[in-house]
Write a protein that binds this ligand. Structure first.
Ligand SMILES: *Cc1c(COP(=O)(O)O)cnc(C)c1O
Length: 494
């Protein structure tokens, strides 16, 4: 299986090369040249397997130069080592009513869906380094607004031939998220807070990536920089697995029949998660609609309705911060696959960088609308969903609640009663304050005390990785100015 750049279809790389490089030199995203097929007999075989086995089979279809044994070893270490995922199913499917189920993607060590890919990526990356003959140590640089940083730290801790340094905005993450990062264990990890907001932090990291003199200095020291962002193929691929796995679980539960088409409703930010669902569909998984759910930063809703992508709009801080994004990078892969034209994609991306907007052709718009439905939900609407669903016995986080509300609106407007799986992307304990607000609890406890308060209010137990935060020593209390970030990197990679 080869991978092409969305901006130059002639440029071909192996999977290992694509994973090591992350982004193509021309700025494009590596995308498989074709999709391996998943026949019904194979789907039946997958039904009898556990999650690590399913994951190894699915990924093998895209990773020729990796052996089945190698991948089995990686998926076992990523998903089945005791203490990593707190649910034997890894990504359990919870049936809610006649035609709806929730796919819980937050049973990993950091309680958010980023674990599904970031527990796997380090194994794929270090094996890819070996396969491509790369001898230098890779340093993963991350700017995070919360979830990605912790999931990347936990995934890369003590992985051979890798180091990881995470920057977060000093006053831009929740208390729980900050504690999760500052107490991180591992010999190859670093965490630093930056005085400023997320944009300052992200701009700093981008500056470092494009700094030639830093690149040379690090090269001399035996290091090179890479990213754990969802532009990397090694982050998208592990996400294809849970769509297929969810279908198997629904078959096993008797919720659906073999071949029956289902919908998936996905809370979306960078378009990585929902794109993985589209890839599963390209493999032949019986999917009818992929429903793209946004919060008030509804650039994707407008795009799917009108064909105009326009990032020139106000930016809102919402209660679902991991979806507060105006440039959904992974959309580029979809545009390539549906247009089958690198030239067309280059034009759109040029226009996005020059004017902050582009308009796709009528043909492309119709293709998009045939595959995707969309909608958005503001904070109030999401809060109402949290409260209503809690009253019916299910506690969900604000990101999941956005998807839940969008599904309700979609069903009311379209009359589509297809069985639908809502992707649940965070444990509600990661966002205690917003969840308690939704449940009308106005007097809220400080710091980690809020976890036990929420246990009392909801009767749902806090997940162990968050409950144990209170007793952990702080390992990283460094604070830097945004112009000092280069220095921090050079110190870290001495
Ligand atoms: C990252 C994230 C999302 C958005 O996923 P994308 O792949 O960026 O679309 C949704 N919910 C949570 C909790 C996340 O951490």
């Amino acid at each position: 299986m080869e991978y092409l750049s969305t901006r130059n279809a002639q440029l071909r790389k192996s999977a290992a090369e694509a994973i090591v490089m992350g982004l193509a030199r021309d700025g494009g995203l590596y995308t498989p040249v074709s999709f391996p097929q998943l026949p019904d007999e194979m789907l039946r075989e997958l039904c009898a397997m556990d999650y690590p086995q399913r994951a190894a089979w699915v990924m093998k279809q895209f990773l020729e130069e990796f052996s089945q044994e190698e991948l089995r070893d990686f998926t076992t270490r990523a998903y089945a080592v005791p203490g990593k995922f707190d649910n034997a199913a890894v990504a359990p499917v919870v049936r809610r009513d006649e035609s709806t189920a929730v796919l819980e993607l937050w049973h990993g060590p950091t309680c958010a869906f980023k674990d599904m890919a970031l527990q796997m990526l380090p194994y794929l990356l270090s094996a890819s380094l070996r396969k491509t003959g790369e001898k230098k140590t890779v340093c993963i640089l991350v700017a995070t607004s919360g979830d990605t940083g912790k999931a990347a730290l936990e995934g890369f801790r003590d992985v051979e031939q890798t180091k990881i340094l995470v920057f977060y905005p000093k006053d831009g993450v929740s208390k729980i998220q900050q504690l999760q990062m500052t107490t991180q264990e591992g010999a190859n990890v670093g965490v630093e807070s930056v005085v400023g907001n997320f944009d300052d932090t992200q701009n700093g990291v981008k500056r470092i990536f494009s700094d030639e003199s830093i690149r040379k200095t690090l090269d001399d020291r035996g290091y090179f920089l890479s990213s754990a962002n969802s532009i990397n193929w090694g982050r998208i691929l592990p996400q294809v697995v849970y769509y297929i796995s969810a279908y198997c679980d629904l078959l096993n539960q008797g919720s659906i029949q073999m071949g029956q088409q289902i919908n998936f409703c996905v809370p979306t930010g960078n378009f990585g998660d929902i794109l993985a669902g589209y890839f599963a569909k390209c493999m032949g998984l019986p999917v009818k609609k992929l429903i793209c759910a946004s919060n008030s930063n509804n650039v994707l809703t407008d795009f799917l309705h009108t064909g105009v992508y326009d990032r020139n709009r106000p930016f809102y801080h919402t209660t679902s911060p991991s979806m507060d994004i105006l440039i959904s990078s992974n959309l580029e892969r979809l545009l390539y696959l549906l247009s089958d034209s690198d030239e067309e994609v280059r034009g759109y991306m040029q226009s996005l960088s020059d004017q902050g907007r582009y308009e796709v052709s009528e043909t492309l718009k119709q293709k998009l609308q045939a595959q995707f439905a969309c909608g958005y939900s503001d904070d109030n609407r999401a809060a109402r969903a949290i409260q209503e669903q809690f009253e019916q016995g299910y506690l969900m986080d604000p990101h999941t609640a956005v998807a839940w509300s969008v599904l309700e609106d979609y069903r009311a407007a379209s009359g589509d009663d297809t069985f639908t799986v809502v992707l649940s992307t965070a444990n509600p304990y990661k966002f205690c304050s917003s969840v308690l607000d939704a449940l009308n609890v106005t007097e809220q406890a400080e710091g980690t005390e809020i976890l036990s308060q929420m246990e009392q209010v909801t009767g749902v137990k806090a997940p162990a990785p968050l409950a144990s935060l209170a007793g952990k020593p702080i390992r990283f209390d460094g604070v830097c100015q945004k112009q000092e970030m280069e220095q921090v990197v050079l110190e870290f990679l001495k």
